[in-house]
Design a protein around this ligand. Structure first.
Ligand code: GLC
Length: 552
């Protein structure tokens, strides 16, 4: 077969694909104000009990008039908003990336790069890559493709997933899928990759989280509650959650992961408790809480979610947070404390603090560090995790403001000439050899190792709007507009300030295109933020109570 992916295994025959009738679910959503209101009211009334109060009552606080607000940044943004010529090009390119299954659009291809001789798996629909495409379509009033995507991936979740002789968890969502067209038999077949074909056999832990987040975005944007309430979607959510809420030997509420389990899908020293996964985990839990029915099966999950959210937010806000004060405290840590009252709970050695952090840390600002586990703090700054922490309100309002302060204070390092650094700083020399296993694709300031990824622009813009700093987003978008189209929408840029098109960057990378469109639409109409942001839950506010020995 031409599709050099893997052999189409027996479990994806067309007859089995039709195991349950999707046609009913694939009906057009009924979008009307009534339904939209009913979702908001449901969230409000259901969540206004006990601990879950106000979880989904999101209205962008900074644009009280919403779409029609006068004297608001929304309207002023709109007034100064000449449609940029790039927008039309971007839409055209986004539509060209559509993937059809049996005549219906079900996703977008990762990259439409004809010049590249090596396709690898960039001709597939990646779950994480489709998120900005989905948001662009939702914001443009085209929800059908999102619904199709959600239902098809749900169907894939039902497959038996195996790597060699090992069976993966039932709830795992694929990293990507592709549609095989047979022109002779005129049939379409779906083929998915759950990590069994992926380079390094990495697990897409983020896929399930993005799926839940997207289900909420769809529901919030269309007001169509019926999709999320189907037994299929409810079961899909329960299966995803079963994987990450199960009890084991964990001593922390964070989720233990192998390297390469998310956007950074290669060995990059992000194993353990990476911020990207923890922030997505938190956000997915909050979205599931709003979507889960409180029926016999759902109720138990709701209780487990609420408990986990409390523990997780406390842990993240207390131990992953780093600002000048906290850095100074860690610098003065004592080690080998054995007791309940230990200040240095994870036994981090002050000597392990890398030199660059002392320079990088401004007096104003802070961020969630990359990873925290026994005797290990990865002090690197990661864009996606920090933005999702803001959008999900995992960050307190003070922390969210501090993350934005840091971006302003360290603009040259984090934004430079192309938004946005995937992580900062790059690792080099001996450390690169040890941490990446000598990965030539991840050399310093390239790709996942300190490269600049245009897709992150939508996350930055959303975070800017949530924190009331649209001017930061505008600056970043201006930078992107000066190059993205001209350079052919690259996947990533290289160099300390992101000046060069990435060494092996694909062109016409769909999420670079969609990310730009989402950023533009968010800035133009900030009320779109409601579909991808969650308000702070006052009940979750941590009492940052250090142990009694804290002040010693
Ligand atoms: C690369 C990226 C990954 C992305 C994929 C498809 O593997 O690291 O995050 O999903 O390309 O664009």
């Amino acid at each position: 077969m031409e599709y050099g992916l893997r052999k189409v295994s027996s479990h994806c025959s067309i007859s089995e694909m039709d195991d349950y009738d999707l046609s009913k679910l694939l009906e057009k959503p009924r979008i009307n104000i009534e339904r939209k209101r009913s979702f908001d009211e449901r969230s409000l009334s259901e969540l206004s009990i006990g601990l879950v109060r106000g979880l989904d009552n999101y209205e962008p606080a900074y644009w009280p008039g919403g779409r029609s607000g006068l004297n608001s940044p929304a309207s002023s943004a709109r007034n100064s908003f000449e449609p940029h010529p790039m927008v039309a090009d971007a839409w055209e390119a986004l539509r060209r990336s559509l993937v059809f299954y049996r005549g219906q659009p079900v996703g977008t291809i990762a990259a439409y790069d004809h010049a590249s001789e090596e396709v690898l798996n960039y001709d597939q629909v990646f779950v994480r890559d489709f998120v900005p495409s989905a948001l662009a379509f939702l914001m443009n009033g085209e929800p059908d493709i999102v619904k199709n995507f959600l239902l098809r991936t749900l169907q894939l979740q039902g497959w038996e997933k195996k790597i060699d002789r090992f069976k993966l968890g039932e709830g795992a969502m694929p990293a990507s899928f592709k549609v095989l067209h047979d022109p002779v038999r005129k049939t379409d077949t779906l083929v998915a990759d759950f990590g069994e074909s992926a380079i390094g056999r990495v697990a897409p832990v983020d896929s399930g989280f993005w799926w839940i987040i997207l289900l909420r975005a769809y529901t919030k944007s269309t007001g169509d509650l019926t999709l999320a309430e189907t037994p299929e979607c409810q079961k899909g959510m329960r299966l995803i959650l079963t994987l990450c809420l199960s009890e084991g030997f964990d001593t922390f509420p964070t989720l233990l992961c192998a390297d390469g389990c998310s956007m950074i899908d290669r060995r990059m020293g992000v194993y353990g408790y990476p911020i990207e996964i923890q922030a997505l985990f938190f956000m997915a839990l909050r979205c599931a809480l709003a979507l889960m029915k409180h029926d016999a099966e759902g109720k138990e999950f709701v209780e487990r979610i609420v408990k986990r959210l409390h523990a997780l937010s406390y842990h993240m806000r207390s131990y992953f947070w780093l600002d000048f004060q906290q850095l100074n405290d860690i610098y003065r840590y004592k080690t080998e404390e054995y007791s309940h009252t230990a200040v240095n709970k994870f036994n981090v050695m002050p000597d392990s603090i890398p030199e660059w952090v002392f320079e990088f840390m401004p007096t104003r600002g802070g961020f969630f560090v990359g990873n925290v586990s026994p005797a290990r703090m990865d002090f690197r700054w990661f864009a996606l995790g920090n933005c999702i922490a803001i959008l999900s309100s995992l960050a307190t309002p003070e922390q969210a403001a501090a993350v934005m302060d840091l971006i302003e204070e360290r603009w040259e390092e984090l934004v430079g000439e192309m938004p946005l650094k995937i992580c900062y700083p790059a690792i080099e020399s001996h450390e690169w050899r040890i941490v990446t296993g000598c990965d030539p694709k991840n050399t310093r300031w390239s790709y996942h190792n300190g490269g600049s990824w245009p897709v992150l622009l939508w996350l930055l813009t959303a975070a800017c709007i949530k924190t009331g700093r649209p001017q930061i987003a505008r600056r970043a978008i201006d930078l992107a507009e000066s190059r993205l189209l001209k350079d052919g929408w690259p996947e990533y840029y290289d160099g300390k300030i992101g000046r060069y098109v990435g060494k092996q960057a694909r062109k016409y990378q769909t999420w670079s295109i969609a990310g730009y469109l989402v950023a533009k639409m968010l800035l133009e109409d900030p009320s779109h933020l409601g579909m991808i942001a969650l308000e702070e839950d006052k009940q979750m506010k941590p009492v940052i109570k250090r142990s009694s020995s804290w002040t010693c």
